[in-house]
Design a protein around this ligand. Structure first.
Ligand code: SDX
Length: 433
C-alpha cells in the first residue's frame, strides 16, 4: 500500500511580523496538503472554510477520486474494472479490508454474511410501529440504530478483531433484509425470509419482490443491481461518510454511526438527489417536456429550482459513475424491453445543459444520481426507495471509513469557529426587558 510521503517542503505564513512554518504532506497520488494541526497553538489563528471545500479532515487510503479528470478508484482499482469484473461482496471486502479477497476469503465472507442474513423478530415490530407516511430513509436510520439492542457486543467492537468483524458482517447482512422489509411494509406485503442459497443482490431482490419460492430474480436485473451497488460503494469524504467518521470518532458504536450516515444521505443535496431527479423529470414530462424552460429556471438565481442530479463538489468533469450508469440504463431498458420517456427527457436535458455556458462555466456535469433512478424504476424499485438503494451500496464505504478512523486512532472530531455574536453584556432582569 502506498505510504504518504512527508516532504521536507514547508509553507511559510507571516503574521504580525512573525514567520511560521507548517509542513506540507503529499499523498500517494501527489495531492498536497498543508498540515495546520499546530496553527492555533503557534499563531492563535484558526482557518475558516464553510462546507470544508478546501479542508482535508483525515488521511485515507480507501478511495481516490480526481474531480478534474473524472477518475474514481477504490483501493487503487478503477471503478470501470470493478463494475465490469467484480461482485459487490468482493468490492465490499476490498473497501473494508484493503485487498480483493482470494477465493477462500470471499467464500468465508459470503458464508458469514448469509448466516447472518435474517433479522431478529423484534425488528419487524419496530418497522410495523413506525407511523404511516414515514419515509424509507427515516425508517432505515431508526431500525439500524436499534440493532445495538439485539447485539450488545456491538457497543464495543474494538474489544477484539473477532467482535469487530462480527459487528461488520452482521450489518452488511442485515441492511438488505431491513431495506426489503421497509419496501414490503410500505406496500402492505408480508415479510420474506432471506434465501441463503442466493448471492447478495439476488437475495435482496427476492426478499423485496418475492412472492414465495416461485420467484426467480431476473439475471439481468441482478447484474444491474450488483453494478449499481458497486458504483455507490464509497466516495471518500462525502457528507455522509464524514458524518459516520465524526459520530464514530466519539467512539459511539458502529450501528449508530451508520444510522447517522443514513440520515445525512437522506438530504436532497446528497443521496436524496436520486429521488428528486426522477420527480424533476416527471414534472418536466407532465409540463410538456420543455427542457429549455427548466434549464432557464435552474439558471435563474431568483428561482430556487436546481437541476437535480447535476453538479458535484469534487467532480468538475463527468462523474465516471454517471457515464457507467447512463450506459447501463440503456442496456437494462433494452434488455427488459422498457420504453421510458423520462430517459429521453434526461438525455435531452443533459445535452442541452452541457452545451449551455451557465453549466459549462461552472463545470456542472451529470452526477451519480442523474441516471440511477431511471434504472431503479425499470427494475421495479419505487421512487421513495431510491435513496435506500444508495445506502445499500454505500454501506461498505461507510464501514471502511469508520474502521480506518478507529484503526488510525483519529481524535474526536471537534471543529473550531469564528464567533460573530454579541460581546459580553450585563444581565437584564425580567421586569426590565
Ligand atoms: C452526491 O460529495 C460526494 O461525493 C457526494 C456523492 C457521493 O457519492 O457521496 O457524489 C453523491 O451527493 C451527488 C450530488 C447529488 N446532489 C445533487 O444532484 C443536487 C444538485 N446539485 C447541487 O445542489 C450542487 O451541485 C451540489 C450540492 C452537488 C454541490 O454544490 P457545491 O459544491 O456546494 O457547489 P455550489 O452550490 O457552490 O454551486 C456552485 C455554482 C453556484 O452558482 P454561482 O453562485 O457560482 O452562480 O453552481 C451552481 C450554484 O448555484 N449550481 C447549480 C447546480 N449545482 C451548482 N445550478 C443549478 N443546478 C445545479 N444542480
Amino acid at each position: 500500500m502506498s505510504q504518504i510521503a512527508e516532504l521536507n517542503e514547508t509553507v511559510e505564513i507571516k503574521i504580525g511580523g512573525e514567520t511560521y512554518n507548517f509542513p506540507v504532506i503529499v499523498g500517494s497520488e501527489n495531492e498536497k496538503g498543508i498540515d495546520i494541526s499546530k496553527l492555533r497553538g503557534q499563531t492563535k489563528y484558526v482557518t475558516l472554510d464553510r462546507g470544508f471545500k478546501n479542508t482535508g479532515s483525515c488521511k485515507s487510503g480507501i478511495t481516490f477520486l480526481n474531480g478534474e479528470e473524472g477518475v474514481l478508484r477504490y483501493r487503487g482499482y478503477a471503478i470501470e474494472d470493478l463494475t465490469d469484473k467484480a461482485s459487490f461482496l468482493e468490492v465490499a471486502y476490498l473497501c473494508i479490508y484493503g485487498e480483493l479477497p482470494n477465493q477462500e476469503q470471499l467464500d468465508n465472507f459470503t458464508k458469514e454474511i448469509q448466516a447472518e442474513s435474517d433479522v431478529p423478530e423484534g425488528v419487524a415490530a419496530i418497522i410495523d410501529a413506525l407511523p404511516e407516511g414515514s419515509h424509507p430513509m427515516g425508517m432505515l436510520a431508526s431500525t439500524i440504530n436499534a440493532l445495538h439492542g439485539y447485539y450488545p457486543e456491538s457497543l464495543d467492537p474494538y474489544r477484539s478483531d473477532e467482535a469487530k468483524d462480527k459487528t461488520i458482517v452482521r450489518l452488511i447482512a442485515k441492511l438488505p433484509a431491513i431495506s426489503a422489509m421497509i419496501y414490503r411494509k410500505l406496500n402492505g406485503l408480508s415479510y420474506n425470509k432471506a434465501d441463503k442459497s442466493l448471492d447478495y443482490s439476488a437475495n435482496f431482490l427476492k426478499m423485496t419482490f418475492g412472492d414465495g419460492d416461485s420467484y426467480e430474480p431476473n439475471a439481468r436485473v441482478v447484474q444491474a443491481i450488483n453494478k449499481l451497488l458497486i458504483l455507490h460503494a464509497d466516495h471518500e469524504q462525502n457528507c455522509s461518510a464524514s458524518t459516520v467518521r465524526i459520530v464514530g470518532s466519539a467512539h459511539a458504536n458502529l450501528y449508530t454511526a451508520i444510522s447517522a450516515g443514513i440520515s445525512a444521505l437522506w438530504g436532497p443535496l446528497h443521496g436524496g438527489a436520486n429521488q428528486k431527479v426522477i420527480e424533476m423529470l416527471e414534472n418536466i414530462k407532465s409540463d410538456g417536456g420543455d427542457t429549455e424552460k427548466w434549464l432557464n429556471k435552474a439558471k435563474d438565481k431568483a428561482d430556487p429550482f436546481r437541476l437535480m442530479g447535476f453538479g458535484h463538489r469534487v467532480y468538475k468533469n463527468f462523474d465516471p459513475r454517471a457515464r457507467i450508469i447512463k450506459k447501463s440504463a440503456d442496456d437494462v431498458l433494452n434488455d427488459l424491453g422498457i420504453e421510458d420517456p423520462v430517459l429521453d427527457i434526461a438525455k435531452g436535458l443533459e445535452s442541452a445543459a452541457l452545451s449551455d455556458s451557465y453549466f459549462a462555466d461552472r463545470k456542472l456535469y451529470p452526477n451519480v444520481d442523474f441516471y440511477s433512478g431511471i434504472i431503479y424504476r425499470a427494475l421495479g424499485i419505487p421512487t421513495e426507495m431510491f435513496t435506500v438503494m444508495f445506502a445499500l451500496g454505500r454501506l461498505p464505504g461507510w464501514i471502511a471509513q469508520w474502521k480506518e478512523m478507529r484503526d488510525n486512532g483519529d481524535p474526536i472530531g471537534r471543529p473550531r469557529q469564528i464567533y460573530t455574536g454579541e460581546t459580553h453584556r450585563p444581565f437584564v432582569e425580567l421586569q426590565n426587558r
